[in-house]
Structure formats: C-alpha cells, structure tokens
Design a protein around this ligand. Structure first.
Ligand code: PEP
Ligand code: MN
Length: 344
C-alpha cells in the first residue's frame, strides 16, 4: 500500500503518519520525488487500513499495491533511482561501464587491467577477491589480499571498486574496501546476506540468480530495500536454459521488463550472459539499445592464462573495440559515455 502525500503536506504530518504506522506494527518507507512524496507501507496490511490512513492530515490518496515487491516497484517510486558512487551516477543518462578481471590474481594483473580499462573509458573497476566456484578445486580468490589490491588500484586510478561478498560474516570486511558490494547470482536468495548488505547502507549490485524469475529477483531486491538501503542496482547476467552453446542465455528482455516494473538501475553483464568473448560486444550493444544503464565486462591482460572465466574475458584491445562499438549505440538511445569523453 502506498500513501500519496498532498504536495502541501508538512514534515510534521509526514512524521505523524510514520509514527502511526509504527504503532500499528507496520514499516513506513519514505520516498521524496520531484513530483510527489510517497510513503510505502509494508507489513501485514489489513482492509481497514486504507480508510484509517486516508483520514490523516496531509494525505492525498492511499493506493493498494498488488505486486508482492513493494519498495522496488514503480508505483512506489515513479522516478528512476540514481545510485551515486564518487562522481559516477548509475541510473541516469550516463552509460556506466564497470570492467576488470573476473578474479584479482596478482598486483601486476590488476594494476595493468585497471589502467587499461580506465584509458578505454570504464568508470568503475571490477574484480573478485572472494570467488564463488561451482567446483571446490577451482581458484576461489585471494580473499583479504585481493581486497587490499583493489584498494591500491582505486588509489592509483581513482576508479571506484565493485567486488563480490559471499558470506554475511564478510560483509563488514568487504564493505571497508568496496565502493559497491556485489551479490552474485549464486547468492541472490541468500536472505541473511541480503539483510546484511542492506544494513550497510552502501551501494549494492544484486545479480539475477541463474534460475530466478524476474519476480523472485525483485523480491530479493526487496530484502535490501526493506533494510532502508536505497542504493541498489540490479544486474542481468543470463539465465539457465536448455541451450548449451552459450554458458547462459542472456535475457535481453529482462532489461526493459525491469524498467517497466521498477525504478532501480539495471546493468547488463554480457560476459557471464554468454560465456564467450566474441559474443560480449554484440550483446553489450544489444543491451545498451534495450536501455541498460550500464555494462559489466570482464577484461584480462592474457585471457588464455586467466585463473577464472578466461573464455569470456576480453583482451585490452578487444575491450577498447567494445567501447568504440557501444558508443554510437549509446548515443542513439540518448546515453552519454562520460569515460570515453574524458579519455578522448
Ligand atoms: C562474477 O561477476 O565474476 C560472477 C561470479 O558473476 P555471477 O554471480 O553472475 O556468476
Ligand atoms: Mn566471472
């Protein structure tokens, strides 16, 4: 249920409604838009609540929301959410490119990649320190050492850093180093982790689970939002289908679907979405044409020796080519590529 406030309503009236909701055992989430101020009501909503709330001072209208995801839906917040990380804004008119290796392997590998992706126009550095692995025998990341290297790379390049956190107990540690916390596909429904990253108040990027419906994905987003953390980004990274040629089936349609249903920014990850380096650029272009707010791209100095995801990683040269190929598509859909403008 959402309470739409009268444009002339006062702070005191808003406070009174939040207090009343608290007394009723419900949570009220305030959203101040340019056009209107709305209070999202979550909890066990009862039929008489609408009449009760409509009587309160400052209230224009009370509208039930039938969707199970309440705080992530457009009805709650008609304007797009913009997540700000340093001077990067995700969710607006800029096409934000996050790039870097799948896993942080060595100082040299990370620094070289950070410099290369920055020069090519990326505005955020990615790299896994804690790596989820399907097999326990694969590389599982450098852990704390990887986080320290990411911080070093940020220091040198000025690029904010996104990295994955896998366990609720690691959230505090990872949050000390990361600018954006990534929740990976395999953990999309790790509800304790979602609560925990929600409590940090730090920007979070939630990847779609490989077998998750869009509704399940938005319900996972809801866990983070319900903790009061609005700094949330979604990332489509492909889903599992009967097709085996590609690693996953990149669900392009999820991008406009999310934008219809939700106010949250949506990033496309065609690296995991396809699993093959030569499919990354075409799907990146398609995702931008479909309205993605940004891209997450895996880049490695020598993909053939990468400890993880070499097959889908771009060389520096191929990443530069991708940026050049994406640029006219971004312009065609009214998005700016800040990084490219800066470098050239
Ligand atoms: C990654 O970003 O390297 C990763 C493990 O992604 P996903 O969770 O989408 O598989
Ligand atoms: Mn990867």
């Amino acid at each position: 249920m959402i309470v739409i406030m009268n444009p002339q309503s006062t702070e005191k009236e808003i406070e009174a409604i939040l207090e009343r909701l608290k007394q009723l055992g419900l949570a009220g989430h305030l959203s101040r838009g340019v056009e209107r101020t709305v209070i999202g009501v979550v909890g066990k909503v009862f039929p008489e609540l609408k009449d009760t709330l409509e009587l309160l001072a400052g209230v224009d209208d009370v509208v039930p929301i039938s969707r199970p995801f309440k705080l992530s839906c457009r009805e709650f917040c008609p304007e797009n959410t913009i997540v700000r990380v340093g001077n990067v804004a995700i969710g607006g008119d800029d096409l934000v490119v996050m790039a870097g290796p799948c896993a942080v392997e060595t100082r040299q590998q990370l620094m070289d990649t950070a410099r290369a992706v920055k020069a090519a126009g990326a505005s955020i550095l990615r790299g896994g320190a804690f790596k989820p692995s399907t097999s326990p025998y694969q590389f599982r990341g450098l852990g704390d050492d990887g986080l320290r290297l990411l911080a070093e790379a940020r220091e040198e390049t000025g690029l904010p850093v996104i990295t994955e956190v896998m366990a609720p107990g690691d959230v505090e540690l990872v949050a000390r180093y990361a600018d954006i916390l990534q929740v990976g596909a395999r953990n999309m429904q790790n509800f304790i982790l979602l609560d925990e990253v929600g409590r940090t108040g730090k920007p979070v990027m939630l990847k779609r689970g490989m077998s998750a419906t869009i509704q399940e994905w938005l319900l996972s987003a809801e866990y983070i939002l319900a903790q009061g953390n609005r700094q949330l980004i979604l990332c489509e990274r492909g889903i599992r289908t009967f097709e085996t040629y590609t690693r996953n089936t990149f669900d392009l349609s999820a991008i406009p679907v999310i934008q219809k249903l939700s106010h949250l920014p949506v990033i496309a990850d065609p690296s995991h979405g396809t699993g093959k380096w030569y499919l990354v650029s075409p799907m990146a272009r398609a995702a931008v044409a479909a309205g993605a707010h940004g891209l997450m791209i895996e880049v490695h100095p020598t993909p053939d020796t990468a400890l993880k995801d070499g097959a889908q990683s771009l060389t520096f040269e191929n990443f530069e080519k991708l940026m050049a190929a994406v640029s006219p598509v971004a312009a065609a859909v009214g998005k700016k590529m800040e990084g490219l403008a800066r470098s050239g």
